[in-house]
Design a protein around this ligand. Structure first.
Ligand SMILES: [Zn+2]
Length: 445
């Protein structure tokens, strides 16, 4: 078996789980991971310059610099070493790193230790061959991505302080996805060119409370419930953003005949297309608009007590084209009740859209490397629904791409943040090759 597989197994076995409460963080695991990484990749640690990115939780992100022939157009390869907690029933232990049926099992194999180890292995192999990259290559590995932590913003500050303006950033996100679109048999190498902004609100209603035997109408709980229902009944207008149109245009030649022309001309369909995507289900609907999900709820502590205060948390994914301000305005109008207080808990705008056509040499670097290593795949841009560390890098870089070079089935994509996370042995080895070829292909000017 390829030697990189053993390295991934070893690192998956170290439970670098991120918790929002820093007290729960297993600092020994994070420290152990960094040490083990050093043991597994000796040449990388010998030749690359390491700047630890310390966080207040006592863990460290890693920022490596591999000096290239030029520093004019630096490339940043990102990954993160933390994972989400384990849930559900696993076929193989979540920290076993077991290899069974041609798959490597465990938390982090897909998200995101697989990419981290593949990047390091690609660098290690190129160093063995005496390769010098055409441009500086930075490796930025976060330690708190899963809790929207500090490591990525601090790494960006470090780069900014050193006057580094990356030409291209590659982070997790897309994949070589099979079964992504009904009727399209080819895998799609989806490259995230933007991501939705994550924003959270609390809706709160306060009232007199009192004894449950003498209720009055429209108490805090009922008023809050009405607000939630009103919001649920008022989705934001749907539209199809440019990356999705480009995705459809590229998929069109591989689509079944009846829809081929429709996909190729998606941009000219007007409101028909977003309407169809909304009707097709929650996943495609989320591709067209800002979404609201009511997540937390709290009210009275006992059955016989009327709540004095009822609160609902709303998690919002802000679509490209919307802003936090326009979304808040929509929420106020939809709820239409000034007794419902709206507090913004966190506010993040959608990320700027990176260049996404073959005319751009940065996008082309990814596209051509995808086509070379995965000749059966169609490379295409898309809008990412989830958030990654790379959003911090959009302040210093115009070309931020979210792509993990691994073949993933639908079941595998669903295993991320869930149970039975696993990565194919062959897929992992292909991924190592992808990073290696990407680095070799970095143009000198
Ligand atoms: Zn991740």
């Amino acid at each position: 078996m390829d030697r990189a597989v053993g390295k991934l197994q070893t690192l998956v076995r170290i439970p670098t789980v991120s918790y929002r409460d820093p007290e729960q963080q297993d600092r020994d695991a994070f420290g152990g991971f960094v040490e083990e990484l050093r043991a597994q990749f000796p040449l990388l640690h010998e030749h690359l310059e390491l700047t630890p990115i310390r966080t207040t939780a006592g863990t460290s992100g890693l920022l490596f610099l591999w000096r290239g022939a030029s520093s004019v157009r630096p490339v940043v390869l990102m990954a993160h070493l933390d994972v989400v907690p384990v849930e559900g029933d696993w076929q193989h232990g979540p920290f076993s790193g077991e290899v069974a049926d041609g798959e490597i099992w465990g938390r982090g194999t897909l998200d995101d230790k697989g990419a981290l180890v593949a990047v390091c292995e690609a660098v290690e192999r190129l160093l063995e061959q005496g390769h010098t990259p055409a441009q500086d290559v930075w490796l930025s590995f976060g330690c708190d991505e899963e809790i929207f932590g500090e490591a990525a913003p601090r790494a960006v500050e470090e780069l900014r302080g050193r006057g580094v303006r990356p030409w291209v950033v590659v982070d997790e996100g897309g994949a070589v996805a099979s079964e992504a679109f009904p009727g399209i048999s080819r895998p799609i190498g989806v490259v995230g060119v933007t991501e939705k902004g994550v924003t959270s609100l609390d809706l709160t209603v306060e009232g007199r409370g009192g004894h449950a035997s003498t209720p009055s109408r429209m108490g805090p709980t009922a008023r809050l419930a009405r607000a939630i229902t009103r919001l649920d009944n008022a989705p934001m207008p749907a539209s199809v953003p440019a990356p999705t149109l480009e995705l459809f245009r590229r998929l069109a030649p591989h689509a079944p005949l009846p829809v081929r022309a429709l996909m190729a001309n998606a941009g000219r369909l007007g409101p028909v297309l977003p309407r169809a995507l909304v009707l097709a289900g929650p996943e495609t609907a989320a591709m067209t608009r800002t979404t609201f999900a009511v997540t937390t709820l709290s009210g009275s502590p006992a059955h016989n007590v009327i709540a004095q205060k009822a609160t609902a948390g709303v998690n919002i994914r802000v679509m490209v084209g919307d802003t936090v301000e326009t979304v808040l305005e929509h929420v106020r109008t939809a709820i239409d009740d000034d007794q419902v207080r709206i507090d913004v808990i966190e506010a993040n705008e959608p990320s700027p859209v990176s260049p996404m056509t073959s005319a751009d040499d940065g996008f082309r670097l990814l596209e051509e490397t995808i086509t070379e290593v995965f000749p059966d795949a169609v490379a295409a841009p898309y809008v990412m629904m989830a958030a990654t560390d790379s959003r911090s890098f959009t302040t210093i870089c115009d070309r931020v791409y979210r792509f993990a070079p691994f073949r993933m089935s639908k079941a595998q994509r669903q295993a991320i943040h869930s149970y039975d996370e696993h990565l194919g042995v062959d897929a992992f080895v292909e991924g190592v090759r992808w990073y290696q070829r990407l680095i070799e292909r970095i143009p000198s000017e």
